[in-house]
Design a protein around this ligand. Structure first.
Ligand code: GLN
Length: 382
């Protein structure tokens, strides 16, 4: 067995979801919407299974979907990609990230990672032979500084992995910080792998700025997106990779032996979905923003005000300033057993020196579910 994987614990999302099921708790842990997702897009997928072609689609993805991804990013984020040479469809963003790491790292290459980080990154970097260089972010702002980057980048740096908007912190990297990171990538000749699956889930009129759109980054960035987050269909696992042809050459070779392709009916339905009018995307954001605001108000009212949240469908509570003297893991375990609410301890997103006072809450739920959870959480600070 490979030690790295055999020694790994089960992911915190699975652990908390299992605990939620066992205890009959309200699950605000693992991030998935309660809503079944847009009916017209699901119908497209069903229709494509019944009436469409169900054999292997092209390895790079259905031409219709690659064209739709290209049009979508031109329309929303002002970046243009050649659908034939710069866009690839993967079975979810996690496959895209795994493929990028396998394809772009040589053993011994250093990879800059920001903690808290999505729990898949570190084992994948290590399995690919990369040497992680960790930048530690902390509440309430979760921002990196020039000094932090200077300590992490070296002449051996090959890659930096950036998740923006950032899960679990619900923050967006400000433009000036993106510019700072771009300067480091250029100076050290590093490639940025950008996990931007939350690019559409941003609030308060913010617009996502992809790192690949910054001067000097077009040729050295791998941009990764996901239909699961855009359409609230997290089980579909349809990801998009956009990168310059010289990078795509290696990325496509990793993809061809990971999954090779992605179910054609889902690709057809996502191509249709990406073409929906602005009102659809604005409506999705508005609905989630309303849920966020409802949850922020409710949590504040019961004495658990969350940290500022600009994107993703998560909120975070820092227990320490609230005088709750308990670590996040203990807090989550107690909560699920004693109050019937499952959350995620943010320390699980750190590989070393974790912040242990923050818990993450998923608010992509119905008002009734959020209200029931608030009721169960009330009285924690008395
Ligand atoms: N992205 C989801 C989250 O952050 C979890 C995905 C998973 O469970 N693998 O909650």
């Amino acid at each position: 067995m490979n030690r790295l994987f055999s020694d790994l614990p089960t992911t915190i999302f699975e652990v908390m979801s299992l605990l939620a099921r066992e205890t009959g708790s309200i699950n605000l842990g693992q991030g998935f919407p309660e809503d079944p997702g847009p009916e017209d897009i699901r119908r497209k997928a069903a229709d494509a299974v019944l009436n469409g072609y169900n054999q292997y689609p092209p390895m790079m993805g259905l031409p219709d979907l690659r064209a739709a991804v290209s049009r979508h990013y031109a329309r929303w984020h002002d970046v243009t990609f050649d659908p034939d040479r710069e866009v690839m469809i993967t079975s979810g963003a996690t496959e895209a990230i795994a493929g990028a790491l396998l394809a772009l790292i040589e053993p011994g290459d250093e990879v800059v990672l920001f903690q808290p980080m999505y729990d898949a990154y570190l084992p994948l970097v290590k399995r690919a032979g990369g040497v992680p260089k960790l930048v530690r972010l902390q509440p309430p702002h979760w921002r990196f500084t020039e000094e932090m980057l200077a300590a992490a980048f070296t002449p051996k740096t090959r890659l930096v992995v950036l998740n923006n908007p950032l899960n679990p912190t619900a923050t967006m990297v400000p433009r000036e910080d993106l510019e700072l990171l771009a300067r480091f990538c250029e100076k050290f000749d590093a490639v940025a792998v950008c996990d931007e699956v939350w690019e559409h889930v941003v609030f308060d009129g913010h617009r996502h700025v992809p790192l690949i759109a910054l001067p000097g980054m077009r040729e050295r960035t791998v941009k990764i997106g996901s239909a699961g987050k855009i359409f609230a269909l997290t089980g579909w696992k349809v990801g998009f990779v956009c990168a310059a042809p010289h990078l795509m050459k290696a990325l496509s070779k990793a993809h061809q032996f990971l999954t090779f392709t992605t179910p054609p009916n889902l690709q057809t339905a996502v191509a249709y979905g990406l073409g929906k009018d602005d009102a659809f995307f604005d409506g999705m954001r508005a609905g989630l923003q309303r849920s966020r605001d409802r949850m922020v108000a409710g949590l504040t009212q019961i004495g658990l005000p969350p940290l500022p949240a600009e994107g993703t469908y998560f909120l975070n509570i820092d227990l320490q300033p609230l005088g709750l003297n308990v670590d996040d893991e203990t807090f989550c375990k107690q909560l699920v057993h004693e109050r019937g609410v499952a959350l995620i301890p943010v320390s699980a997103f750190y590989a070393e020196n974790p912040v242990t006072s923050v818990v993450r809450i998923c608010f992509a739920k119905s008002d009734a579910t959020l209200d029931a959870a608030l009721e169960r959480l009330s009285g924690l600070r008395s």
